[in-house]
Design a protein. Structure first.
Length: 342
């Protein structure tokens, strides 16, 4: 009973934050008469179908990656369950925490050993961080800083500069974190394990020493397993990662095709890399509140109409966030009951 109550509270908190921000934004910018300007047509339905296909592509990529990284030890359905539960965990925790840590437990309950599950978690971190670092670099090179950050036309220069500075700070941290993961997992695991043990042997950090000794041991074990994997294994894992992230970005492209077809699809896509990088440091569960504000602020110039921007933002959050709250609320309790019975 207590677990169910806690789960309900964790679902309601981000839901309440997101709805509060949406209501605030709509109260300032929207009236019911604006709905008449929403361009419903056969093209709209077709584009929204593509958005749903992109959502499916995201889940397929993540589930496929779990299958690859566990060498097929997770069945297709088990990999999909783990994917959905990780998505749900990410939705109810601050994005700085995410669902990666819980993925170890989910995989272990699906029959994957703790050591292998820990290896999978480390690789998913490396691949995700590496993809975002690369994506951030590519969009800057291909689209240019002015196109990505010149969205205010001088009317909101402080916000413009704030988002620009935040991006560079987060991108820099992501690059450094990716490099550290690569060194720790692939190049110098023994040296990194020794550094971890040394740091947490200090008097003021000693309370976490036992836990971090376990992390160092897991790191060494994971590295031994991963360094023996061939290039085909790594290629499939990287392709699955790219598929999941690109599909996530394409959700917005499909929404713009539905509601703002005149917008530059390349710029819409490129700005998604900026948005998701910034959301990795959101302190709210699943980026609730911050996501809605960031989207309406950052994409407003491409839409032109503030009311239409809000419509697209709400659709985006439904397809990339609220759908996982709903799915997790169904999957998690059923999965927990099944595992407890076993």
């Amino acid at each position: 009973m207590q677990t169910g109550r806690n789960l309900t509270l964790k679902i309601l908190l981000p839901l309440a934050i997101g709805i509060a921000v949406v209501v605030w934004l709509f109260g300032r910018e929207f009236s019911l008469s604006d709905l008449d300007r929403v361009p419903w047509s056969g093209r709209t339905v077709w584009a929204l179908s593509l958005a749903l296909l992109a959502v499916a592509g995201r889940e397929f990529g993540l589930a496929w990656r779990f299958r690859v990284l566990t060498d097929g030890r997770l069945s297709a359905m088990a990999a999909l369950r783990v994917t959905m539960m990780c998505e749900f965990t990410s939705a109810i925790t601050p994005t700085t925490a995410g669902g990666s840590a819980m993925s170890v437990w989910f995989m272990h309950r699906e029959g994957i050993s703790g050591g292998r599950a820990g290896s999978v978690m480390l690789v998913t971190l490396l691949l995700d961080e590496g993809f975002m670092a690369l994506a951030g670099s590519l969009v800057i090179v291909l689209l240019g800083s002015d196109a990505l950050f010149g969205f205010s036309d001088g009317s909101g220069a402080a916000v413009d500069q704030g988002i620009r500075a935040s991006f560079w700070a987060v991108w820099g941290v992501t690059v450094v974190w990716t490099a550290l993961l690569f060194v720790a997992i692939i190049l110098k695991p023994a040296a990194m394990s020794a550094v971890i043990r040394r740091i947490f042997s200090c008097r003021w950090l000693r309370r976490w020493q036992k836990k971090m000794d376990g992390v160092a041991a897991d790191l060494s074990e994971a590295s031994r397993r991963l360094r023996g994997m061939g290039w085909r294994w790594w290629t499939k894992a990287a392709v699955a990662t790219a598929l999941s992230w690109i599909s996530r970005f394409l959700v917005v492209n499909a929404l713009f095709a539905a509601f703002v077809p005149e917008a530059s699809q390349m710029l819409v896509f490129g700005r998604q890399a900026i948005v998701w990088l910034l959301l990795t440091v959101s302190p709210t569960p699943g980026g609730s509140g911050i996501s809605e504000w960031l989207f309406t602020t950052y994409y407003g110039d491409l839409v032109g109409d503030r009311s239409m921007t809000l419509v697209v933002a709400v659709m985006w959050r439904i397809l990339t966030y609220y759908i996982y709250l709903a799915a997790g609320a169904v999957v998690i309790p059923a999965w927990s009951r099944k595992r407890n019975l076993q």
